[in-house]
Design a protein around this ligand. Structure first.
Ligand code: HEC
Length: 147
């Protein structure tokens, strides 16, 4: 019985570290593959590719910004007058320069993406977006371009 518990425990730990190893290796392989593909493009193509990817993110972010109703309080990245929950609504122009910073509601230093989630939860009454999701990256990209 003891032996069985020991074997299960050890193989469990070994299995875990193997599978973590696997995913680090596959993440590295994917990054190397992407870089190779990018570097193999002629330089003109590379510029176009970057532009296309950034425009895609911007458009996706803009759609999300409107879908979440961000524009109701921060129209065009500006602000409407009045207060919500006792707080004046700030303009978002140049907001990426103001993050990361401490926020009392989070009781810690947070990033711009965390702040976007704060507004999603507090004011849009929706579930937060996973930080490493394509949607969050696009929405943060769009917000960081407001000026
Ligand atoms: C009901 C009004 C309202 C809505 C809707 C709203 N916000 Fe806000 N937003 C605020 C208020 C109020 C603050 C200030 C909160 C604070 O300081 O903690 C704020 C702050 C922010 C900030 C930080 C600005 C700074 O300079 O510190 C960002 C970024 C932001 N909002 C993005 C968004 C995004 C993106 C959305 C849509 C997902 C959104 N907001 C929806 C009211 C709103």
């Amino acid at each position: 019985m003891r032996k069985l518990v020991f074997v299960t425990l050890v193989s469990g730990i070994v299995g875990l570290s193997f599978s973590q190893m696997d995913s680090v290796e596959s993440m590295k392989a994917m990054a190397m593959e992407n870089m190779k593909r990018f570097m193999n493009m002629p330089s003109e193509k590379r510029k176009e590719y970057v532009k296309k990817k950034e425009e895609e993110a911007y458009e996706r972010g803009k759609k999300l910004y409107n879908a979440y109703g961000c524009s109701g309080c921060h129209p065009g990245g500006g602000n409407v007058s009045g207060k919500v929950m006792g707080m004046p609504i700030p303009s978002l122009k140049g907001v990426k320069e103001r993050f990361p910073k401490f926020k009392a509601g989070n009781d810690q230093v947070i990033t711009l993406s965390d702040m976007v989630n704060n507004c999603i939860v507090m004011f849009a009454n929706k579930k937060p977006l996973p930080l490493a999701s394509r949607d969050m990256r696009a929405l943060t990209y769009f917000v960081s371009k407001l000026r």
